[in-house]
Each structure stands twice: as structure tokens, then as C-alpha cells.
Design a protein. Sequence first.
Length: 93
Amino acid sequence: MAVLGVMRPERNDMSNCEICGEPMPLGEEMFKFHGYSGNCPKPPLPRDDGAEAVKSIFKRATGVDVSVRVVNGEFYVTDPDGQEFRTGLVRKH
């Protein structure tokens, strides 16, 4: 919508906060997080620990279904026989 020759973004062009997932307020679309106009209106989104991605990698590489747990950012894989091993993969963020 144009107001006095100024283009305003439509609602579907707005970005979402990377912490809570809510749309950013008008005029703050360029930011990644709430904060300028106030705190996030909702609690943080649940964080993906990467376990499903590691399971998928092992399935594609070996054809074996494994279980994966994450401890302090390190991935531990348990094979179908119950043998657990540390992968050497580490979640950095």
C-alpha cells in the first residue's frame, strides 16, 4: 500500500523473530530478533538438537537404523545391537 509515495511492505513480506517465531513489528522487519520495541511476546521456540539429522546421515551411509542422543553438543549413536559410540560430530551452536 502506498502512503504519500512511500511503499509499505505487505504482511506476508514480514520476517519472523528467530527466537520466538512471531512476526517482527512494522519498521523492524530487517532485524532477526525482537528487542528494539520490547521483548519477545512468546517464549523461545524449541531448539532442534540435530539428532534427527545424524540419524538420517547414518541411515543413508550404512542402511542401519540407529538411535542418537546428544550430550553437551556431542552425538552418541547406539546401533541395533545396543553398542554405543561417540560419533566425533559436535553441535557448534
